[in-house]
Design a binder for this molecule. Sequence first.
Ligand SMILES: [Zn+2]
Length: 99
Amino acid sequence: MPKLKCVCGNVIDLSSIPVEEEYHYLSASEWDHAVRAILESMGSIRGGSDETLRERISDTLAALGGEMYRCPTCERLIVFWPGDNAPTFYRPDRSWTEP
Ligand SMILES: [Zn+2]
């Protein structure tokens, strides 16, 4: 059973679909590529079922960008940056004030 352990000790179960703590991100430079890839997917399966289209769009988006998780215990973001073998942990900082 795949799991992800946060530095706070909390273990996120990655076996349920969807994983509630999981998010996907796209960089701004990947956005246009994603839109084009989705349009191509749609064009290649005209007449296909909605389910097939949903799967194609999902596969297209999954192949781009990266994934991150939000720990429900400590609220850290656990980010998997492209090219990194290990995740990077970001602790929330709510010290922002109105300028
Ligand atoms: Zn945590």
